[in-house]
Design a protein around this ligand. Structure first.
Ligand code: ADP
Ligand code: MG
Length: 360
């Protein structure tokens, strides 16, 4: 029978000085980015930040104004898209509605003029790989959203590209199916091993799927790192704000010390205290303290404004003395342990979770 597609040799991608200007606006502003061989790298950023433009320049559909693009050691900036041997899944799937599933998947192979029986074999293999074995003769209109997404994926991998590009491929699916497909796409990547550049504006999706994430804003690379590093040690306020939920409190700095809400902050030793720094407060890093000072713990006084039960956790909103609202997320616990709305409480933030960020 047909074996699913096996692991192929992958290629690193090296992007240097990639720039694209539309009118006067920089869609890409001197992007330097290296994607490791076999890596799953995600471009994450808000709408209009340049993610699609960058992906399209890698695929060859958009011509940058300047910059270099290498697949392995080979400069490909002047290579037309069909010669780059890159598999691509578009946001809209871009399937041919009048063709069968098999016809759609065969398309890139027909373009490459492969013999008929080899095409049939490869199509069936690609269908097995995306778990749609036996669906070849169906019409596209007969498929669900998730199945169409798999057909688009099968078409992208059917010629066994060494680089796979995906532009928000799950954005049209509902939450449950999307989460299921995130895991499935990641498994497929691990099985096939092709260098993958994935685009999303959904930070949770990026954190779930990626080896590394490149955060993009206004055509510029804001930070490149592993999910945990981005979440725990964001390089600047934009990244801290875009990934996870945070409240930012202004910090006054005096020499090597930083104060927040009148109190001296106990900071990890490697903290750089810059001008215009903010303290990043993540809801799940805050905890209720009994009141007395504790070593290695920064304290904040406040009053509970609201408590919202959210099933898997409890979200408590707290007002600090100056009225600044902050959120604390804690595990669902018995009501007896939760102070009531209106209670004065002390919040603690451990020294190692005390992170300062600045605008640049
Ligand atoms: P994203 O995929 O992150 O949402 P895009 O790469 O599509 O962002 O767009 C980046 C910026 O470039 C946006 O400001 C967008 O309006 C602009 N842009 C993209 N494509 C074109 C185009 N063909 N003509 C003019 N402006 C464009
Ligand atoms: Mg886009």
């Amino acid at each position: 029978m047909n074996e699913p597609i096996q692991k192929a040799a992958s290629l690193p991608i090296t992007i240097t000085g990639m720039t694209k200007v539309y009118g006067k606006a920089y869609a890409l502003d001197h992007i330097d980015l290296s994607v490791r061989s076999g890596e799953f790298l995600t471009l994450l950023g808000p709408s209009g930040s340049g993610k699609t433009t960058l992906l399209m320049t890698i695929a060859g559909f958009t011509r940058p104004d300047s910059g270099s693009l290498k697949f392995g050691e080979t400069e490909v900036i002047c290579t037309p898209p069909h010669k780059r041997e890159v598999g691509m899944v578009f946001q809209s799937y871009a399937l041919f509605p009048h063709m069968t599933v098999a016809g759609n998947i065969a398309f890139p192979l027909s373009l490459r003029r492969l013999p008929r029986d080899e095409i049939a074999q490869r199509v069936e293999r690609a269908l097995e790989t995306v778990q749609l074995g036996g669906y070849g003769e169906r019409g596209i209109a007969q498929l669900s959203g998730g199945q169409r997404q798999r057909v688009a994926l099968a078409r992208a991998i059917v010629f066994e590209p060494r680089i796979l590009l995906m532009d928000e491929p799950l954005s049209a699916l509902d939450k449950k199916l999307r989460e299921h497909m995130q895991i499935e796409l990641r498994h497929l990547h691990d099985k096939l091993g092709m260098t993958t550049v994935y685009v999303t504006h959904d930070q949770r999706e990026a954190l779930t799927m990626s080896d590394r994430i490149a955060v993009i804003n206004q055509g510029r690379l804001m930070q490149l790192g592993e999910p945990k590093a981005l979440y725990e040690r964001p390089a600047n306020r934009f990244v801290a704000d875009f990934i996870g939920d945070s409240t930012f409190l202004p910090v006054e700095n005096s020499g090597s010390q930083a104060r927040c809400h009148g109190r001296l902050l106990d900071l990890p030793t490697d903290t750089a205290i810059r001008a215009n720094s903010y303290l990043m407060l993540r809801p799940e890093k805050l905890q209720l303290l009994a009141g007395e000072a504790q070593a290695g713990m920064n304290m904040f006084m406040g009053t509970i404004q609201s408590i919202v039960y959210q099933g898997d956790s409890v979200l408590t909103q707290i007002a600090l003395a100056d009225g600044q609202l902050i959120n604390m997320r804690s595990a669902t616990q018995s009501d007896a342990l939760t102070p009531a709305v209106g209670s004065a409480i002390t919040l603690g933030l451990a020294r190692e979770d005390t992170v300062l960020v600045s605008d640049e």
